[in-house]
Each structure stands twice: as C-alpha cells, then as structure tokens.
Design a protein around this ligand. Sequence first.
Ligand SMILES: [Mg+2]
Length: 190
Amino acid sequence: MKPTAFIDRDGTINIDGGYINNPDNFEIYPFAAQALRMLNTADWSVVIVTNQSGIGRGFYTTEIMNAIHAKMYGYFAAQGVKIDGLYYCPHDPNSKIEEYRKDCNCRKPKTGMFEQAIRELSADTKNMVVVGDKYGDMEAGFKIGAKTILVNTGYGRGEFEQKSHLWRQLPDHRAENLLEAVRIIIDYKN
Ligand SMILES: [Mg+2]
C-alpha cells in the first residue's frame, strides 16, 4: 500500500481556461513537473482526479479530452514524471447526451473516483492527501479522511477569500501552488 496524492487537474496542474476543448489551449503550469517528480521520488502514488462535465454538457468529446491527456502524459513522461492513475467524471445530471445524463457518485465533491482509485491502486488510506483549487476538492478530501491542501492557483485564492466563511470545514493547509503543496506533503512523512 502506498501513500497517495489525489491531485485536481484544472487550476492545479494546468491553467484553468474554462472548459478546455482543444489540446492547444491546455497549458501545464511550469512548476507541475518538478512537483510531481518529487512525489514520485518520495514514493507517493500520483493520481489525477478531475471533473469533466464539459463532456456531458456537450462542450467537447471524450476523444478531445483523451487528446488533452495524451499531451499531458507525453509532456510529463518527457520530464521524467510518472502518473499512477487518472480518473475523470464526464457526467452532468441535465446532459442532452443520454450516456452522460446521470446523477452520478463520481462528480467531486462526491467520492466515487477516489474510492475507485483506492481499490484499484491499493492506496494506504491512512496516508492520503487531496490537492485542489476548489472547495469541492477539499470536501471530497474530508469525506475520504485525507489531508487537504487548497492551492492559490486557479480558483483557489478567490474561493478562499470570498467563500471560506461559508465552509463547514477548512482545508488543513493552503499553498501558493502545487509545488508548495508537495513540499508540505513530503514533510508529512519525515
Ligand atoms: Mg480545479
């Protein structure tokens, strides 16, 4: 069983450009590769967990998302980064596309993607952390008993400054970005 870092995609690994419908608009933050490589070296599983309701909403197809992920994998492989798992939720309860019209259990802050990853990757459930830029990421982390880190990139700073007074629980940590978050994670094990 390995300690496992669940990492949000948009706004955490890459610039959140809204519903990204073209690999050319998928821009990975310059610090992301170093951050994920540090997790690899420290023997943490790196698992990307991402809501992609743009598929259910008809803004882009699964094929486009796969092309974006192929670009991401290619970039990270060239940087010596290993991604242990990637889980996405394509659903939207109001989708016009029947296969995606679902009040699912996977869309964050629900925990279906995390539970699947825990099963499939034999995560050490006593050593898990969720990193993301939205409260929904944090809430999923609370539910699965993970440590939680809110980054300031993407929506993170605005979410915290404008909405955190409404949150029933605060994240364990805030970090400037994914790299700083990983430095916090590495310290957990020392
Ligand atoms: Mg995000």
